[in-house]
Every structure is written in structure tokens, then in C-alpha cells.
Design a protein around this ligand. Structure first.
Ligand code: DC
Length: 227
């Protein structure tokens, strides 16, 4: 089997990871893996069963009941299949964002998902985005990028996206507060916290448009892969 290529894109919420990762995956013909959606699916599962993110016993008891599958639609969109049911439409709510961040701090959850993620990269060339891809999941990734932007810029992007999707109620300040709280938790948890791998290229996209960011990332990828 040919060696698969892996590209890790990590960073805080709203840094533009998924937009960038999707663009690079399309350009390179690789699979795009949104690992946040995997954590969100697990959080959704436990929310259905009423298990709290602090209830380690409850999580441990039920976690093996989770069967996860990732499917790709014709347009390349990633769909999350939880125990046979497509739950993709349930995952992008503020409640699930909050719960995913809380459940993902539990070691038992991270251990459970580690193999799923590594297995994808063993089988396919991937662009994987998340928080700990370059540090824990794929420490030998061919390319590692740590994407950042100021909390204000990230909150504005997320808020505008929500408005475009029809949410006219949520205020910018609420999005900013949620984002700061989530950043804090993701960066300070004991297991696999959000941090830049020593060998990652750090890119701050605060002053960049989407096109400029994509261009910058594709340049980093080409350089690293020697293309
Ligand atoms: O990228 P996202 O916003 O969809 O991720 C949701 C939460 O999942 C995020 O707050 C932290 C967690 N997560 C993680 O801990 N590790 C990853 N590789 C991806 C996401």
C-alpha cells in the first residue's frame, strides 16, 4: 500500500479550520475529516441519554454502545452516522458546541475516539482538523498547521455565519463570550489540550480574507510536501 499523506490543521473554534481544510482537501484530492463533528456526535449521543459530561461512570458504561460511521455526500460534505442514523443536522447547535467541549475533556472519550481518527489516516490521505491532531492523533503528520485569529475576529466570523443561517437572535457578545469560555476549557484541560505542536507552522488569519488564508495554507502545504 502506498504511504498515505496526512495534513493536520489545529486551532481554536472559529479560526477557519474547516473552510481551510476543505479547500486543501479538494485541491489535493484527500479526505477531509472534521474531528470536531466526531466529538459533537458523541456529545449528542450522551445528551439523548441524559448523561452529564461530569458523569465519568455513566460515560464509561455507555460509550461502547456508540457506533460511529463517517460518510461523504456527493458534494464532499461529511455526514456523521450514529448507530445507523444520520445525525449531521443535529450537531451545530450552541448546546452541542458546549457539550462537545465538555465531553471532549474526558479521557475516556478521547481514548475511545483516538483509534477511529488514526484508522482514517491509515486508510486514506487526509486533511484532518481539530485541536490535538498534530500533537496527539497524528504526531507524524506530513504537514502541521496551527491556525489562529483573535477571539474578536473568530466570534465575528461565527456570528455572521449564524446570521446567514437564519439565527437573528444570538448577539455578537454572546458568541464572543461562548467562544472565550470554550477556548479556555479546550486549552486548559488535562488531556490533549489545544496547543500548537512544536513542528507546526503557525498562521494568524486575523487580517486575511478567506481567499488569502486558503492561498497561504496551500503554499505551506506545497512547500512542506515539496511540490
Ligand atoms: O471544532 P468544533 O468546534 O466542531 O469542536 C467541538 C468541540 O470538540 C471543541 O470545543 C473541542 C472538541 N474537540 C476536541 O477536543 N478535539 C478535537 N480534535 C476536535 C474537537
Amino acid at each position: 500500500m502506498n504511504k498515505q499523506v496526512s495534513i493536520a490543521i489545529d486551532g481554536p473554534a472559529g479560526a477557519g479550520k474547516s473552510t481551510m481544510a476543505k479547500a486543501v482537501a479538494r485541491e489535493m484530492g484527500y479526505y477531509y475529516v472534521d474531528t470536531g463533528a466526531i466529538y459533537r456526535t458523541v456529545a449528542y449521543f450522551f445528551s439523548i441519554y441524559g448523561v452529564s459530561p461530569k458523569d465519568v461512570d455513566g460515560i464509561t458504561r455507555l460509550i461502547d454502545e456508540i457506533s460511529l460511521e463517517i460518510r461523504y455526500a456527493e458534494d464532499g460534505a461529511q455526514h456523521m452516522i450514529l448507530n445507523g442514523q444520520d445525525v449531521t443536522g443535529e450537531l451545530r447547535t450552541p448546546e452541542i458546541s458546549d457539550l462537545a467541549s465538555k465531553f471532549s475533556a474526558q479521557k475516556v472519550v478521547r481514548d475511545f475516539l483516538l483509534d477511529t481518527q488514526q484508522d482514517l489516516a491509515r486508510k486514506h490521505s487526509v486533511v484532518m482538523d481539530g485541536r490535538d491532531i498534530g500533537t496527539v492523533v497524528l504526531p507524524n503528520a506530513d504537514v502541521k498547521i496551527f491556525l489562529t485569529a483573535s477571539p474578536e475576529v473568530r466570534a465575528k466570523r461565527r456570528w455572521e455565519e449564524m446570521r446567514q443561517k437564519g439565527d437573528q437572535k444570538t448577539t455578537y457578545n454572546a458568541v464572543l463570550a461562548d467562544m472565550k469560555e470554550r477556548d479556555q476549557r479546550d486549552a486548559n484541560r488535562a488531556v490533549a489540550p489545544l496547543k500548537c505542536a512544536p513542528d507546526a507552522v503557525k498562521l494568524d488569519t486575523s487580517g486575511f480574507s478567506i481567499e488569502e488564508s486558503i492561498q497561504a495554507i496551500e503554499e505551506i502545504v506545497r512547500k512542506k510536501l515539496g511540490q
